[in-house]
Design a protein around this ligand. Structure first.
Ligand SMILES: [Zn+2]
Ligand SMILES: [Zn+2]
Ligand SMILES: [Zn+2]
Length: 305
């Protein structure tokens, strides 16, 4: 069982999941636990010879009932590839899986916040290369989301709606836009190639999204990650996080579906490290301007199209 301790100085929870030390670390190609279980082959996490998208409880969970949830979402039974290389139909189906996990986990009393995310690349600590993401059901509302809810208060309404309005007005950092979804590098991005993919209309959660919303969301996410891979002509590491409304029953809670990407690369071979100022002061120092990286990213997206 993992345990929570409240860090008073930071005002935040820390999770101790010490069993995770034993988790599978970059197994060789023949022993991938996210592959299907093929006849005569080794038993994997997924007891089927083929599958489209698989969801199961993380065997090395940071959270588990009655103190939250941790799940793995495998995007494909094919080991090679990435979110960027999924077919349109599979990426769209993944959006419905996300929606379903949000609904089911969010309905639980021990889950106050459902966070869907993907870590991609060894640069962000990936231990399995097979294309997959994760879902954490937090038994509390984590600090980043509390800050977004505080931004709603500060801006006197939905912060995502207001920031989208500003980005569409400035235009400089907009990467692309469709009828329902807009992608931009935020005005005050923390990472050089950070990007946010936002529903144009206010949608508190994926449950408020219709089929057309989800279709355009999946297409937009793929457009962005294909652009990322084209940017430095190499698989581009990132952390991808879906932010939406908390799932606390009685609380009148804010939230607006958006997907944030935090890529650690600032050049083809240089990583941004979180060091003195970022760790000790919580203040990011960037050596590129969002307007400049948006230009480079727009060009990469055009090259990848
Ligand atoms: Zn695999
Ligand atoms: Zn909104
Ligand atoms: Zn956010």
């Amino acid at each position: 069982m993992s345990a929570l301790r409240f860090n008073e100085l930071r005002g935040e929870e820390v999770v101790y999941a010490i069993h995770r030390q034993d988790r599978t670390f970059l197994p060789d190609r023949e022993h991938c636990p996210l592959d299907p279980t093929r006849p005569g082959g080794p038993q994997t996490e997924i007891p089927f010879p083929a599958f489209e998208i698989a969801v199961f409880d993380n065997r090395f969970p940071a959270f588990e009932p009655p103190g939250g949830a941790a799940e793995v979402i495998v995007y494909s039974d094919r080991h090679d590839g990435s979110f960027a290389t999924l077919s349109d139909a599979r990426a769209e189906a993944l959006m419905w899986v996300w929606r379903h996990r949000y609904e089911e986990l969010g309905a639980r009393d021990d889950v106050d916040y459902v966070m869907i995310f993907e870590n991609r690349g060894v640069e962000v600590g990936v231990t399995l290369h097979h294309p997959h993401g994760q879902v954490y059901g937090y038994p509390f509302v984590p600090p980043v989301l509390e800050r977004e809810l505080a931004a709603d208060e500060r801006l006197g309404g939905c912060a995502s709606c207001e920031l989208l309005r500003r980005e569409l007005h400035d235009r400089e950092r907009v990467l692309f836009e469709g009828d329902r979804v807009v992608a931009y590098v935020p005005f005050a991005s923390r990472w050089a190639y950070e990007a946010h993919v936002v529903l144009r209309e206010h949608r508190a959660s994926l449950l408020d999204c219709d089929g057309a919303d989800l279709r355009e969301l999946s297409a937009s996410l793929q457009t962005l990650v294909r652009g990322y891979d084209a940017l430095f002509d190499r698989p581009f590491p990132y952390v991808m996080v879906v932010h939406q409304a908390p799932t606390i029953g009685d609380r009148e809670s804010g939230g607006h579906v958006h997907v944030e990407f935090y890529p650690p690369l600032r050049t083809p071979d240089k990583l941004k490290f979180l060091a003195g100022s970022e760790q000790g002061a919580g203040t990011f120092i960037s050596d590129t301007l969002p307007e400049e990286t948006a230009v480079a990213l727009r060009e990469a997206i055009a090259r990848a199209a």
